[in-house]
Ligand binder design. Sequence first.
Ligand code: 6YU
Length: 495
Amino acid sequence: NRVNAKIVIVGCGISGIAAAHRLVKAGFHHVRIVEATARSGGRIKTGRLGDNIIEIGANWIHGPSEENPVFCLARQYGLLDPEALTPENQAMDIGGHPPWVPNVFTSSGRKLNIEDVAPAVEMFAELLEESSEFQSQGGEPYASMGDFIRSEVRRQAAEKWKDVDAAALSTRLHVVSNLLKVECCVNGSHSMDDVGLGAFGLYKTLPGLDCTFPGGYEGLIKNLMTELPGGLVTYNQPVHCVHWSNTEKRENPVVIECEAGERITADHVIVTVPLGYLKKHHSTLFRPPLPLHKLHSVQRLGFGTNNKIFVEFDSPWWDADCEVIYYLWEDEDAMVDQVPDIQRSWIKKLFGFTVLKPTERYGHVLCGWIAGHESEYMETLSEQEVMQGVTQLIRRFTGNPTITPRRILRSQWFHDPWTCGSYTYPGRGCSLQDLENMMEPLPTKTSQAQVLFAGEATHPCYYSTVHGALLSGWREADRLISHYSSISPSELPSM
Ligand code: 6YU
């Protein structure tokens, strides 16, 4: 019976915690989480910059409304601002792109009016919307999102913008370059040329205006952890190899070998390691190795890097109502989202900053966003060098040579050995089948799930999010719960 089933969960991020929660509540007595690091939360990681709370990992609840379990839990634990709880907030349908008030600067130090950028912003938004439809049509007229957007902008501009003067047209193309870089951050990809067109529409948004946790996202983790029995998690215990069996072997079919040498026997293991880790270590992590169809999906799905650079100032140099700052490079007519010389010009990949609000809570703090290989290179620089790059950029774009940040802090997700990047995106040629392969338990084609897979990369439509990760943990717990509800007594694990 379920009381005696031994279940090991690899990874104490939100998906691992969610799985443990569900199993313990359902009466499983032998549930254990094995975590590589000294903390719970994984990519939910709250830090400090001076006196300010900042999010090094997940930032928002995407689509905070009744259908979002992260929203429901956060509300239950009293972790949200009253504003986020209002019906108006929950009903807003923003399609994944919050309507932030922008300030737009150019590389020659000009501040643009909204009217100068609006036509390109609108065209870009329409193309994103349209791209979601290719999934249901079952055909891909372009190899990637990048190809699709560039080709369509060129085609539509020749028609709709043919009477626009050369300078204004250039500005619009600079806007497209900037928005491609924004999308690289949203998707966590190096370039939009790496993101599949057909699969882009797999991602589903929920209603609700994205909100943050005033006391930090980790409040969610802390609350969930206090509801688990003490001692359930073993920290600083990286798993080296999961030994499973290709057959329906009954007694403790799984052995989890830790790096420190400990071997844990179990009936089931739920693997929640990030896709980036899986890509890098799959060949040593599983004995026997992953079946080929699963391995190919691990390889086809994308896992890139999106990093944040928090910068604090003594006083603001942006408008009081400004929520996001965009930088347009005036040499980027070609709608580019990649920097040719990364070592010299990595900073060109930073699309701009979001403004931490409200000011009374955060002071004057901006969050810079940078994706891709440029972001991975940024991680190798000293904090001093990053600060220098950011200061030069801001001075150039504002035309104000006196602006000086007080301090900075950046994330380094690519070099985090247990994450190896930020989150999942559908690569070129990906389909729903790849996400389904990701969540398929081992061995395949038998009723006995020895190795189960959870984590954001295994959710068919909410990949790359906290709610996707949470739901995937519940899903795998439910798989085991229903397994033990349906099997006959002779099939139960031995005592
Ligand atoms: C969200 C947001 N957000 C920004 C940044 C990042 C992410 N996400 P975990 O990694 O948490 O846990 C695994 C554990 O396993 C971990 O503790 C490891 O140490 C451990 N482990 C690894 N190897 C091990 C081993 N060998 N042995 C033992 N243990 C091992 N999500 O909802 N809102 O604002 C953001 C953001 C910089 C890095 C995010 C956001 C993603 C979430 O953080 C992430 O999905 C979950 O926390 C993952 O939980 P988990 O349990 O799966 O893994 C339109 C359209 C397009 C499509 N995309 C749009 C969506 C936008 C995505 N947004 C992200 C944006 C930000 C800003």
